[in-house]
Design a protein around this ligand. Sequence first.
Ligand code: DAH
Length: 360
Amino acid sequence: MTDILTLERTLLGAIAAAADEAALEAVRVSALGKKGSVSELLKTLGSMTPEERREKGPLINGLRDRVNAAIAARKAELEEAALAARLAAERVDVTLPLQEGPQTRGRIHPISQVIDELTAIFADMGFSIAEGPDIETDFYNFTALNFPPGHPAREMHDTFFLPPDEKGERKVLRTHTSPVQIRTMLGQKPPIRVITPGRTYRCDSDQTHTPMFHQVEGLVIDKSSHIGHLKWILEEFCKAFFEVDQVKMRFRPSFFPFTEPSAEVDIQCSRKGGEIRFGEGDDWLEILGCGMVHPNVLRNCGLDPDEYQGFAWGMGIDRIAMLKYGMPDLRPFFEADVRWLSHYGFRPLDLPTLAGGLSA
Ligand code: DAH
């Protein structure tokens, strides 16, 4: 009798002390398993006399029932505690901002974006892309473009010269993308319709000039293209690029050695409140130079000016990027400051297309 009571106290103590479900299971096996202490007691009932069994039977069965009940209760308690602990540990604060992965944090530089935009626009008009080297010879950068040796127009370009080579020739960092016109005309037969975006260099630095900058040249050569086509192309480009329905342009007579006649083009804008807007206002802003390709340039490329004619233009990419996206200073474009890039840069998957929107 006292044995049964002692065993019960011991078992109930062990059940209460079981810290987790594994410990509880060990107690259960030690009591109710095949060789468990309670099971052994139950086995003794078979060899008892009927009187003994009548007396001990209820005690031993009672012990088994209470141990079973205590185990079930402790099990429920442990399960509830485990669930509560898990809920506390795995709690998610849904108000926390999402952590962006590197793919979504990366940004496209505004220059790359604008080159993609203008490529989309001119590709739609049937232009292809032509390229040339950044390090040019004097011939491609000047002479073939009808800058005679010693001509003062050469001085206007603030050229970076490389040290003379073994033949005494001084290569230059190209001062404009116009040498690619020469390379294109020498390399392919008209009809020609190309744009040539690329890096250009001049010894100059202030808020709107950097020693390295970008231009896009356009060149159309065939037997009949004239200045009316040039005006239309430039107007369509400006409307598409600046995403406005109307844009007024002004062609001012100018001089470039490689075009005749030559013009500089201004677009109408308003500067109210320090903000530049296109398609309205009564101010003008210069954005490009253009003209009909000079007969000497055609001749320098082996084309007969009595048969072929065409036009060209050159535009500052950095300039139109600053205008379109409201960036007041050119210098940070090339400082590789990730804070500037994450502010002004573009999302990698927002590819500019005419159908899907250029900058939307
Ligand atoms: N190359 C000129 C510059 O850098 C820009 C230019 C003007 C290009 C007239 C042209 C053009 O093709 O026709 O100042």
